[in-house]
Write a new protein. Structure first.
Length: 696
C-alpha cells in the first residue's frame, strides 16, 4: 500500500473516530445536561387510552395526538391511581399516592399546605410556573395551585342542585389563557400545566364533530385544542425545544362494567390512561414502551430531566432510562383506589394492584384478573388462583394504605343505584326538575339510608318551590345525621318560605343548639332573625341578630335587620344606609353573606329611582343565585324604567326558564303586562295553568 494512501486511510480513521467521539459526547451531554426549554404537562380529563388511534382505536381521528406520538414516546401501559380528577392530579403533581396525599375524592378533600408539588420544586430551580385548569374540582381552593407563579381557575361556582360541582370551561378558552401566559415569559425555562376537561360528561362537542359518538366527538375536539397549542409553540419556535407530556387523570366507564362515567370502579377502562412524552429535540421519536408505568413516575422523571434534586419518599421512578433507551426499570405494581362509593354512600372503597399480567382488586368480594388472557376483566379468577391473589393481597398490605372500617356493601352490587343517581343529577343540571325529583324519590324509597340522595332531593325540591317536599327530605337527613345542624337549617329555611314560622323557629333553634362552630351558629341565629322579621317581631329579630354577630363578628346581621325593619315600613331612604353597611361588610368577608341582601338593597334603590345602582345590586344577587326570580323581576323593572325594552323582555323570558315556579310565572305575567304585551302575558298564564293547574 502506497504511503499517501495509507496516510489518507489514517486521516479517515482519525476523522471517523473524532466524529464518533463527538457523537458519543453529544449523547452523554444530552443525557447529562438539564432541560432548559419549556416543560409542558397537558392533562386531558377522562380520556381512555383505548379510544385513541395511537393505541389502536379506529373510530375517531386525532391528528394532533398522532403527531405528538410520532415525535415522542408512547407508553402503552400507563395507569392512574384514582378514577377521579382531584385525587389523580394530586398524585400527578406530588409524585405520591392518594393515601399519602390524603386526597381521596373530588369533594371534601384538599391538598395539604405541607405537600410539596412539582411546580414548587421546579420554581426552586429557576423555572417560571403556570397552571391553567378547566374544571371547578381543580380550583385554587383545593390546594392544587400550590407552587404556581400563575394559576388560572376562572370558573363560575357550581349549581347547588347537582350531585357534584361539574362546572367546566371550554378547553379552547383555557388553551388561549395558556398561550398568553407563555407569551409573557422572558425565559424559555418555564413549566406549564394545562388541564382540559374534554371529554368529561356532559359530552357537548361542537357540531362539526357530530359524525362521531358523543364521547369520541369530545376527543376529536380536544385534539383540535391540543393542535392549537402545538401550532402556537411552532410559530414561537418553541416546539423543538419543548418537553411535552400528554396524559389523562383517569378514563371513563362507558358501560363496560355497568358504570357509564367514573369514580366507582378500578377496572382498565377507568385507570388505563394514555401517556405520550415528546422530548426536546425529538429524542426517542416513534418508540413505544410496553413497561407498566404510573402517574407518580412523572414527578421524578421531570425533575430528572431538569437535573433538579428528587426528594425522598416518592413512590414513583424516573422514566429517563426508558426515554433514553439506555436501560430498564424494575417491575413495580401500580396502586389504584376508588373512594367515591365510600365518601358519597358509605359503601366499601376499592383498592387495586396492577402488575404486569394480573390485576387484584380488594373489595368485599375480592377480584383477580388475568390481563393477558382476559384484558376486558370479565372472569374473576380469585377462587381459581388463590396463591396469586394472596401474593398481590400481601403486596397491597405492605403499602400500608391506611386502616378504614370495612363496609359489607360491595359497590358492584349497587351500580344501578349510582347510575340512577347520576341520571337524576344530569336531569337537574338540565333543569328537568320534575323528572329528577321522580327519580330521586324512587331511589330513597329503596335506599332510605342514602344521605347524599336525600340532600339532592331537598335541594332540587327547594329549587322549584316544592318546599313541603324539601322539608320532608331535610327531616329524613336530620334523622340519619342527628349531630349535623345543616339539615335543620335547610328545613327551617324551607319552612320560612311556606310561612310555617313556628316550625321554622324550632328547627333553626335546634340547629343553633347543636352547632359546634361559630360560622354555623351565626347562620342559625341569622335565620332566626329572618324568621322573627316574618313574625313581625322586631325585638326578637334584633335579639337574634345580636346573637349572630356575637357568634360571627363579620356577619352584618344587625345592620340587615335594621334595614329590613325600615324597608318593611316603607321608609326606604332610611333603610338604604343599613343595607349599604351590610353589603360593605359582606364585601370584606365573603362567608358573611346574607340571603336576599343584594335584592333588598336593589329594590330599595328602585323605589328611590336610583336605577343604575339598583342594577348593580340585582346583578350581584343573580351572581349568587342565578334563578332568583325577584331579582330578575327587579332587573326587568330597571330595564323598563331606563328604556331598555329588549333587555326587559329577555329578563321576563329568563325568569321562567331559570326559575320555573308559580311565583316566577306570576312575576313574568306582570312584567309582560307592564311592557304592554298582553299576548305574551296570556301565553305565560296559559303555560302556568298547564304546569301548575292554577290561574296567574
Amino acid at each position: 500500500m502506497a504511503r499517501p494512501f495509507r496516510f489518507a486511510i489514517i486521516l479517515l480513521l482519525v476523522a471517523l473516530g473524532t466524529v464518533l467521539a463527538a457523537f458519543g459526547g453529544w449523547r452523554f451531554a444530552r443525557a447529562s445536561a438539564p432541560v432548559n426549554g419549556p416543560i409542558i404537562l397537558i392533562s386531558i380529563d377522562t380520556l381512555r387510552a383505548d379510544h385513541l388511534p395511537a393505541y389502536g382505536y379506529t373510530k375517531v381521528k386525532t391528528p394532533a395526538l398522532d403527531a405528538l406520538a410520532a415525535d415522542g414516546l408512547v407508553f402503552e401501559r400507563a395507569y392512574a391511581h384514582a378514577p377521579q380528577t382531584l385525587p389523580a392530579h394530586a398524585s400527578i403533581l406530588s409524585g405520591r399516592l392518594p393515601f399519602e396525599t390524603g386526597v381521596r375524592d373530588d369533594v371534601g378533600f384538599v391538598v395539604k399546605a405541607s405537600e410539596r408539588l412539582l411546580p414548587r420544586m421546579l420554581r426552586e430551580r429557576g423555572f417560571a410556573t403556570g397552571g391553567v385548569v378547566s374544571a371547578y374540582v381543580l380550583r385554587k381552593e383545593t390546594g392544587i395551585n400550590q407552587g404556581f407563579d400563575f394559576f388560572d381557575s376562572d370558573l363560575p361556582p357550581p349549581s347547588p342542585e347537582g350531585s357534584s360541582p361539574r362546572v367546566e370551561r371550554d378547553g379552547s378558552q383555557s388553551e388561549a389563557v395558556a398561550e398568553r401566559w407563555l407569551d409573557q415569559q422572558r425565559s424559555q425555562r418555564v413549566f406549564l400545566f394545562l388541564h382540559l376537561n374534554e371529554p368529561h360528561r356532559p359530552y357537548t362537542a361542537p357540531a362539526q364533530y357530530a359524525e362521531y359518538d358523543p364521547y369520541d366527538a369530545e376527543i376529536a375536539y380536544v385534539d383540535d385544542i391540543l393542535g392549537r397549542l402545538v401550532r402556537h409553540l411552532k410559530i414561537q419556535q418553541l416546539y423543538d425545544r419543548s418537553t411535552i407530556i400528554v396524559l389523562s387523570d383517569h378514563g371513563e366507564g362507558l358501560g363496560d362494567h355497568g358504570e357509564q362515567e367514573h369514580g366507582l370502579f378500578v377496572y382498565d377502562e377507568a385507570i388505563h390512561v394514555p401517556l405520550i412524552i415528546k422530548q426536546a429535540g425529538g429524542a426517542g421519536a416513534g418508540r413505544r414502551v410496553a413497561d407498566v408505568v404510573q402517574q407518580v413516575d412523572l414527578v421524578p422523571t421531570i425533575l430528572d430531566l431538569a437535573k433538579a434534586p428528587i426528594p425522598g419518599g416518592l413512590r414513583g421512578r424516573s422514566l429517563t432510562p426508558l426515554l433514553d433507551g439506555t436501560g430498564t426499570l424494575r417491575e413495580q405494581a401500580v396502586y389504584s383506589e376508588a373512594w367515591y362509593a365510600r365518601t358519597h354512600f358509605g359503601w366499601s372503597e376499592l383498592k387495586a394492584l396492577t402488575a404486569a399480567t394480573q390485576r387484584y382488586i380488594r373489595a368485599p368480594e375480592p377480584e383477580l384478573y388475568d390481563l393477558q388472557r382476559d384484558p376486558r376483566e370479565r372472569e374473576n379468577i380469585a377462587a381459581a388462583d388463590p396463591a396469586a391473589g394472596r401474593a398481590l393481597a400481601t403486596a397491597l398490605d405492605a403499602l400500608n394504605t391506611g386502616a378504614v372500617p370495612e363496609s359489607t356493601v360491595d359497590p358492584k352490587d349497587k351500580r344501578e343505584v349510582i347510575e340512577q343517581y347520576r341520571r337524576a343529577a344530569e336531569l337537574a343540571g338540565g333543569q328537568h326538575w320534575s323528572q329528577a325529583i321522580v327519580l330521586l324519590e324512587r331511589i330513597v324509597r329503596n335506599e332510605p339510608q342514602l344521605l347524599e340522595v336525600w340532600n339532592m332531593l331537598a335541594r332540587v325540591a327547594a329549587r322549584v318551590d316544592r318546599f313541603s317536599l324539601a322539608v320532608d327530605a331535610y327531616k329524613h337527613i336530620a334523622e340519619l345525621a342527628p349531630s349535623d345542624p345543616a339539615p335543620l337549617l335547610g328545613a327551617a329555611a324551607a319552612l320560612l318560605r311556606i310561612n310555617r314560622l313556628d316550625e321554622a323557629r324550632l328547627h333553626a333553634q335546634s340547629a343553633a343548639d347543636i352547632a359546634s362552630d361559630a360560622t354555623t351558629q351565626g347562620s342559625a341565629h341569622g335565620l332566626l332573625a329572618r324568621i322573627a322579621l316574618a313574625r313581625r317581631d322586631p325585638d326578637g329579630a334584633r335579639h337574634e341578630a345580636g346573637l349572630a354577630v356575637e357568634a360571627n363578628s363579620g356577619l352584618p346581621a344587625a345592620a340587615y335587620v335594621e334595614g329590613r325593619l325600615l324597608y318593611d315600613h316603607g321608609r326606604f331612604s332610611e333603610a338604604l344606609p343599613f343595607f349599604e353597611e351590610a353589603l360593605a361588610a359582606v364585601a370584606k368577608h365573603a362567608d358573611a353573606a346574607i340571603e336576599d341582601l343584594p335584592f333588598y338593597a336593589g329594590d330599595t334603590l328602585v323605589r328611590l329611582e336610583r336605577f343604575s345602582e339598583a342594577e348593580f345590586d340585582f346583578e350581584e344577587q343573580l351572581r349568587a343565585v342565578p334563578h332568583h326570580a325577584r331579582a330578575l323581576a327587579g332587573l326587568a323593572t330597571v330595564y323598563m324604567k331606563t328604556g331598555r325594552t329588549d333587555e326587559a323582555e329577555q329578563a321576563a323570558t329568563d325568569m321562567i326558564r331559570l326559575s320555573p315556579t308559580p311565583d316566577a310565572y306570576a312575576l313574568a305575567v306582570k312584567i309582560w303586562s307592564a311592557l304592554g304585551k298582553p299576548r305574551q302575558a296570556e301565553a305565560v298564564r296559559a303555560e302556568a295553568r298547564k304546569i301548575f293547574n292554577k290561574r296567574m
